[in-house]
Write a protein that binds this ligand. Structure first.
Ligand code: HEM
Length: 166
């Protein structure tokens, strides 16, 4: 009986110490242990979903982004609720995967998706400014904003097809 209690105590201690070494909930406070992924620091999928909802809402209403590509020489994109939901879902997957989350991006590559949309640097910058406004609204700290912005800006070469503003 006595040895059984000891075994249980040793088991519990082992679980506790494992939890301490791998969970490291206080790393950010103590400065110890490995840096948490950007995905975790942003708050995981639910927080990224909220960011994408707000961001897509902003770019959809921003004529400087012109998400439907009206007047760009391309067939207009129909911003139907189903189309908007689809793009949001893929953006969430893409950002989760790119920031270290377990999700897999199931969409097409950025060059293929945006080919022929005639997107300018000015339109890309306007989308970047909308993302910054969203991150400010959700009070995302400067370090995490910078990291996420670098990831998004790294797609510029695949998305922008002309340097001039519209
Ligand atoms: C001015 C900037 C941008 C414009 C006007 C734009 C426009 C669009 C449009 C119209 C679609 C729908 C395409 C379709 O359903 O056939 C789309 C899809 C998408 N965009 Fe953008 N986009 C811009 C920037 C970005 C950026 C910066 C990212 C992320 C880094 C991004 C990620 C995506 C993704 C993930 C999809 C869905 C991919 C797929 O359909 O497989 N876009 N974009």
């Amino acid at each position: 009986m006595r040895s059984k209690i000891w075994q249980m105590a040793i088991g519990a201690a082992a679980i506790l110490s494992l939890g301490l070494s791998s969970g490291c909930n206080n790393c950010a406070v103590s400065g110890a242990g490995p840096q948490r992924s950007l995905y975790e620091r942003l708050g995981g999928e639910a927080a990224i979903q909220a960011v994408v909802d707000d961001f897509v809402g902003r770019i959809s209403e921003n004529p400087k982004v012109n998400i439907t590509r009206k007047g760009s020489g391309r067939t207009e994109w129909q911003a139907t609720p189903a189309n908007v939901e689809r793009v949001k879902k893929l953006l969430v997957e893409q950002i989760c995967a790119a920031t270290g989350g377990p999700q897999k991006y199931s969409g097409r590559d950025m060059k293929t998706v945006h080919a022929g949309m005639n997107i300018s640097d000015g339109e890309f910058d306007a989308a970047g400014a909308d993302l910054k406004a969203t991150l400010d609204k959700f009070k995302v700290p400067a370090a995490e904003q910078d990291e996420l912005m670098k990831i998004i800006v790294s797609t510029r070469g695949d998305i922008v097809e002309r340097p001039a503003k519209m």
